[in-house]
Every structure is written in C-alpha cells, then in structure tokens.
Design a protein around this ligand. Sequence first.
Ligand code: HEM
Length: 504
Amino acid sequence: MQMSKISLFITVGVFSASIQAQTLTRDNGAPVGDNQNSIVAGENGSVLLQDVHLIQKLQRFARERIPERVVHARGTGAHGEFVASGDFSQLTASAPFTESGKVTPVFVRFSTVVHSKGSPETLRDPRGFATKFYTEQGNWDLVGNNLPVFFIRDSIKFPDMVHSLKPSPVTNVQDPNRFFDFFSHEPSSTNMLTWVYSNLGTPASYRTMNGFGVHAYKWINTQGDVNYVKFEWKSQQGVESLRPNEVAKVQSQDFNHLTNDLYTEISRGNYPKWDLYVKVLSPEELSKLDYNGLDATKVWLNVPDKKVGTMTLNRIPENFFLDTEQSAFAPSNLIPGIEPSEDRLLQGRLFAYADTQLYRLGANLFQLPVNRPLSTVNNHNQNGLSNKAKQANGDVNYEPSRQLDLSEDTQFKAVQTPLSGTVIQKAISNPRDYYQAGVLYRSMSYQDQSDLIANLAGDLNQVLDKDVKETMVSFFYRADKDYGTRLAKATHTDLASVKSKAMM
Ligand code: HEM
C-alpha cells in the first residue's frame, strides 16, 4: 500500500495551520494499517496474538511510568541562563564565575518534597530548587531548597525521617502522629520546623521563592586556596507566600497553581529572575563560629552576602517527561573549583542521588538530552541498558595504554585537606538545637508569628500521644518562651509539663 502524504489546511477558531499528513508507524518504523480495530478471528471470534501492533501498543502503555522520585516526586522545570556579575576567580576556578558577563545555560526543577507525583501543589512542604549549570567543564548541580536549613544533620536519619513523613504503611495516609513521633526524638529539627510551618511552607508561586544550597561547599581557586561558601538565590519577584486562610481557597480553585503560574508567565515573556549570592568564610573564620558551621540545621548568621550573578528562566520544556521527569540532579555533579564540605548530611547526599538515579533512570542517564553535559564525555565507562553512545576509542577501553593518550590532568586533583583524630561514631559536640529557631521566631512580624502558631497547631492538634505533643512544644519553648507559651495555648498543652520537659 502506498503511504499518502497530503498537505491540508484547517481552521481552528481564528488560527489557520498547515498540517502535514504523516503515516502512523510501529516502533520498528513499519506503517500501521489499522489503528481502530484489533485483528480478530472472524466477526465474533477472539483477538489474535499475531496483532503485533495491538500488543506493542498495550506493552508500551503499560511501561510508560518510571519509578517516581522517592522524594521530590512532584516537580516542574524550566530552561534558562545564568549570567555572572563579575570575575570571582580570586575565590573559585569554577567555570560560571570566572568572567564578568559569562553566560551559562541552566535547567531548573522546582518541586514539593514529601507528596507524591499527582499531589496538590498547595500542600505544606519545603520546596526543592534544583539548578543544573551546563558549563564547558561539565555539569554542576546546585540541589537546594526554598528554606536555608534542614531537619537533620546526619544522612543516617534521612530514610527514617522520610518514612515518618510519607503515608503510613498501614493506611497509606500521611499522619502527624507518625512524623511528630519521629521529630520528638530529633530536637535538631526545631529550626527547620519553624521555617516550614511559617508561610514559606506554602509559597504563592515558584517565582516568588528564594532558594538555598543549605550546606557549606568549598570554593577553590587556581592557587588551591580554600574558602567555605553557602549559596542563596534571591527572587527579583520578591517573596510571596499563602497565609493559612488563603491555602484552602487556592486549593479549591487550582491545586496546580505553581506549575500553571510558571508556565503561564514564561509563555507570555514575563521571565522570572533570581540573583545568586554567596556567603564566604575562610576555614579559620568557620572554626570560630559559636555553632557548628558545617551543621545543615544552621544558617550562617550575620555573614555578608556577595552577589555573583543572575539567572533568568525563559523557556518551558516542550515535553514534561523528556526534560523534567528525566532530569537527574545530584550534589555529586561537581566541577573544578567547587568541592563538598565535610557537612555529614551533604556527604550522604553525594552518594544517595547518583545511586537512586542509576535505579530510576538507568546506567546511561547522562546520555538523556537534559542530563547530557556540553563538554565531551571521554572515559571508559561503558555498555549498560539502553546505551546509545559510540565507544569513541576503538579497541582501547582501559587506561593507561600505549595505544591511546587519554589521561588525567593533574591541575584538577582534589584539594588537600589536613586531618587529625580518630575514627568515631558520635554526634556533633555543639548541636545548639534550639537557638536559631528562636532567632527566626523573634525576627518575624506578629502576624507571621501568629500564622506560624496556627499552622503548627493545625498539625500538632492531630497528635494523640500527650508525651509527643508536650515534647514538641517544649522544643519550641526552648527556642523562645513566647513561642512555646503561645503554642501551648493553641494546642491545649499543659504549660507546666512543657516547662518541665524543657528543663530536662
Ligand atoms: C542526607 C539527606 C538527603 C538525602 C539522602 C536525600 C535524598 C534524595 C533523593 C534520593 C532524591 C531523589 C533524586 C532523584 O530521584 O532524582 C532527592 C531529591 C531532592 N533532594 Fe534530597 N536528600 C537529602 C537531603 C536534602 C537536602 C538537605 C536538600 C536541600 C538542600 C535536598 C534537596 C533535594 C531536591 C531539590 C531534590 C529534587 C531534585 C529534582 O528536582 O530532581 N535534599 N533527595
């Protein structure tokens, strides 16, 4: 049968479009003769196994989903660019920062954390703010959140924490009884819980959130000088959140409000922008802080910000799955000039993301267009499922070799870090679990404090175990007496018991 290729015009509303007729094919490229009817053995007979088009269509449909991200499952992405606002080569050899005006393409994925892929975007959660910089020295991922700290400081607690926050294995329903049971054993969470139960836990738009790298990283210049840095994205749109009474209203009107807002604004040319700032501390300055500067539950208080560039998001992906769902951000995607700090949480993340992505997307995930570096990948990692890379070096898939001069460049060796001490398993010695939550509470307006109390009480009032509830309120009391006292009232918790727990 001859394949027909007819060009026709159709009119939809006021728009005319030329549509090129094309022939439907199977995955092997062969034309499909009938896409409406299965092949049957006579008019009233069974469907035949020989209908390879039907079978392939059903098989491919059944395999459309890949595993959803174990956290941050619901997300939305956009492409854009980052422009450096100066030459910061005194501080880092890292490609995006060494020349004023330098443009680096980026892809950003915003996300919620705990809730599953189809969940409402109105639900309280920290929000992911992950940025992939496509540099000439490889991809660098800054995988952050919209809040500056985290709940825990050691990655060994992450699976427990996420299990408690995710739906119950019995009922499949998320339950404050479970996660407050966990958090009542984790006073380190007091600061982050104060951030996430503030209205920042329900952003009005992804465009109106700031972003934070949370951990300290090391910036290293070409002389090998090391400084510790923390990153912050500041929204040029300002910061806007939903107040408690607005959340239900938005949820009833449009629970995809964050994705719809981002797509709508970028589509009409209203490109959102963020300035990137760094806080910089020398190793000596870091060691003098009166809290542990490598503890992910702390911000660096009163350290000045230095602006290093501006990011603009200007293109939404043509296809959600290809770019957003298959994007793989990992703190281990580092480039010369930036190295991880000794932060215990970050060290766990260096392993966890790359590992989960090998499972979620397969060994050749870097060949997917959204994850592919601009620079040429030249190594002897090979084969694996769905590999479509050419093995560039013929017979030589090992190093060193007399047949091929493909070797390391020693200028990119890891920086040397002095060490002393013993191998131990021990909590950090200066946790200061409560004090920054108090600093944060006291920095809020009365209305923001009241919203925080209302938000927290909403969930704490579902907790049935008196001990869990009193312990949680005692953490906030230790952060700030007024905070704890108001929360005790809002949660009908006995203040005397709270105070005695706070003394313990
Ligand atoms: C040890 C602690 C942590 C562990 C083990 C962990 C683990 C994970 C895992 C397994 C994923 C899914 C990745 C994927 O399937 O592609 C993920 C996603 C993510 N995590 Fe974490 N996480 C930790 C802490 C944090 C912290 C502190 C932040 C913020 C600074 C963060 C921000 C994110 C973001 C933004 C994503 C989504 C990335 C995307 O958009 O694809 N996580 N995390």
